[in-house]
Design a protein around this ligand. Sequence first.
Ligand SMILES: Nc1ncnc2c1ncn2[C@@H]1O[C@H](COP(=O)(O)OP(=O)(O)OP(=O)(O)O)[C@@H](O)[C@H]1O
Length: 267
Amino acid sequence: MTDTVLRVAGISKRFGGLQALSDVGLTIERGQVYGLIGPNGAGKTTFFNVITGLYTPDSGTFELAGKPYTPTAVHEVARAGIARTFQNIRLFADMTALENVMVGRHVRTRSGLLGAMFRTKGFKAEEAAIAQRARELLDYVGIGRLADFKARTLSYGDQRRLEIARALATDPQLIALDEPAAGMNSTEKVVLRELIDRIRNDGRTILLIEHDVKLVMGLCDRVTVLDYGKQIAEGSPYDVQRNEKVIEAYLGHSHKPTQALPTGDAT
Ligand SMILES: Nc1ncnc2c1ncn2[C@@H]1O[C@H](COP(=O)(O)OP(=O)(O)OP(=O)(O)O)[C@@H](O)[C@H]1O
């Protein structure tokens, strides 16, 4: 029996005269790493922004873990169970790594504002539990030693891992990673790949936008390819790499399958 985490269908989004997404749909099963690729301007980020409530779609249906959801507000989507990272890292630069992860965890807390203001017993116990969980997550992504450093002082690769820890802190049904390898060197990419693999092996479900096609092909169970807002292919990495439309989209003309797609330098 399959266990579907995300099912979206018929998503369209227009910006003025530009059709950024046309009738896009995909289904992600629990435990999959699902890749979304396509040339620059294909609509990948727009798709992420639509499913996470940053953009209102013109049409589309959305279902998370079998329940319909309406992606109208970012915090509602986070509460429903989708956590994301951003192409341009969005951390609280002057907060510590630990505090950044704790912020993510607050999506799931109960004490609320009054508890925080009056520092009730329940609030203090909850804060201690949140801090403990945040430390575990920092260890999990490999930056536990940096817990008390301000986010702005972390290296680029470590900031990206911190974003992933913060996303995991919300206990998401689906974690959406927007170009996690951007700006990483090849060593950092290897570490990232191991981390994504570990997250999957621990039962999480991941949606990934990534320009490094080699990384995508090595990691993903399924891949969707967008071009000019249209879904031109969906399938296993093996099939997608050999799809004529995909080869056209990337290279502008036919090529041998083995040379089909640009490869990054991840191993
Ligand atoms: N807020 C916006 N207003 C107007 N046009 C937009 C907006 N956001 C995206 N677009 C346009 O929609 C199209 C798809 O952009 P999008 O950023 O989704 O592509 P992408 O596949 O993520 O590209 P890249 O790989 O370069 O990040 C582009 O032509 C872009 O200029």
